[in-house]
Ligand binder design. Structure first.
Ligand SMILES: Nc1nc2c(ncn2[C@@H]2O[C@H](COP(=O)(O)OP(=O)(O)OP(=O)(O)O)[C@@H](O)[C@H]2O)c(=O)[nH]1
Ligand SMILES: [Mg+2]
Length: 340
């Protein structure tokens, strides 16, 4: 699930003429063995050309339309991501236009074949074939804009992050430099997968681990869950809110030492935004860099969090302190989320 939906996409060509030329090449090859002397033979030749071109063009368009994901049957995570990337209504319209042009090509070819059969001279058969290619050309030209926009969106889809929305997940959040990547590295197997995520300049990083015998994905989304909500535009908010559809928990990291370069106020503002976007019930909070943390750092954060501080864990992603306990809490929370 997830990526495979996009990997089966048959990408639209950069322009209508690519399909037209390919159809024409097939027409030229068709009926090559026929003698060009007699009318019956010539009719069969022209018919074979039309058939070959029509079959190719119609099938190519059909595949483009039907291999592209059908928005309504996508997992909500990917549906919401796609909504941030493109005009979903226009996408639907393009798919249906491309599909219906493929049907029209079949119909027009059928009419033309009948005309060729009826023709009483070689010239007439040739004229019918030429008129088919004229219609084919203008039908393809007519969907050129759709092919071009669809292609651009398809190429974006192929770059989507390799997040499996069905797999339990841990989303790592926190202000810049607090240790998110270090945590991902510490808890997941080496070689995380790195893919672009819409509307971030950086790549999302997905690492895998096993918790209680179950494969879990840990996700770091640089640039997305590290700034206050007030600094996010609507599109970015959507990209974040797509993460809500994942089945799992979020770990929010604080850096009370503020060696990350961001004061506690800022980190709390980011925290509140993440809580609002992802929902507080599945949020595990941890104070990182316990190896260099002074008691007054910890005290300040605990005061600022008030009652929520009861849940606060102290860890060091770098020195791998407290991670077993953190993962136990994650596992508990995951069990709750997944059985809900
Ligand atoms: N002392 C100490 N340093 C840490 C710890 N965790 C991370 N760091 C350091 O903090 C710095 C930032 O760590 P990253 O893991 O890159 O932080 P990040 O949150 O992924 O940063 P961005 O991706 O830029 O937002 C690095 O120099 C880490 O070595 C820790 O537990 N203790
Ligand atoms: Mg990072």
């Amino acid at each position: 699930m997830g990526q495979e939906i996009f990997e089966r996409i048959s990408v639209a060509p950069a322009g209508w003429d690519e399909i037209f030329e390919a159809a024409r090449r097939r027409a030229l090859k068709a009926g090559a063995s026929l003698s060009r002397q007699r009318l019956k033979s010539m009719k069969r030749l022209e018919a074979a050309r039309v058939k070959a071109a029509a079959r190719y063009a119609a099938e190519r368009l059909r595949r483009i339309a039907l291999s592209s994901p059908f928005i309504d049957s996508l997992h909500p995570f990917y549906r919401e991501l796609l909504e941030t990337m493109m005009d979903v209504d226009e996408y639907r319209i393009c798919l249906s236009r491309i599909y219906s042009v493929s049907r029209i090509i079949e119909r027009v070819a059928g009419e033309c074949l009948a005309e060729i059969l009826r023709s009483s001279s070689v010239a007439e058969a040739r004229r019918a074939r030429r008129s088919f290619f004229g219609r084919l050309r203008s039908l393809l030209e007519g969907v050129d804009d759709c092919l071009k926009t669809l292609r651009a969106w398809q190429l974006e889809m192929l770059k989507l992050p390799s997040i499996n929305p069905e797999e339990p997940s841990i989303v790592i959040a926190g202000a810049p430099n607090v240790g998110k990547s270090s945590l991902l590295k510490a808890i997941s197997r080496a070689k995380p997968e790195i893919r672009p995520y819409p509307f971030t300049t950086k790549n999302v990083v997905v690492g895998h681990l096993e918790l209680g015998g179950v494969r879990v994905q840990a996700i770091d989304t640089p640039g997305l869950l590290d700034r206050p909500l007030s600094e996010k535009g609507p599109v970015e908010r959507r990209a974040v809110s797509a993460l809500r559809h994942l089945r799992g928990v979020a770990v929010y990291l604080f850096d009370p030492t503020t060696t990350c370069g961001y004061p506690l106020d800022f980190q709390l503002a980011v925290y509140r935004g993440v809580r609002e976007l992802l929902g507080g019930s599945r949020l595990i909070i941890a104070a990182n860099k316990v190896d260099i943390m002074r008691p007054e750092h910890a005290g300040e954060l605990i005061r600022a969090l008030g009652g929520e501080a009861r849940e606060l864990l102290f860890i060091s992603a770098l020195k791998r302190v407290g991670l077993d306990y953190l993962l136990e809490r994650v596992e508990e929370a995951l069990l709750q989320v997944l059985s809900a």
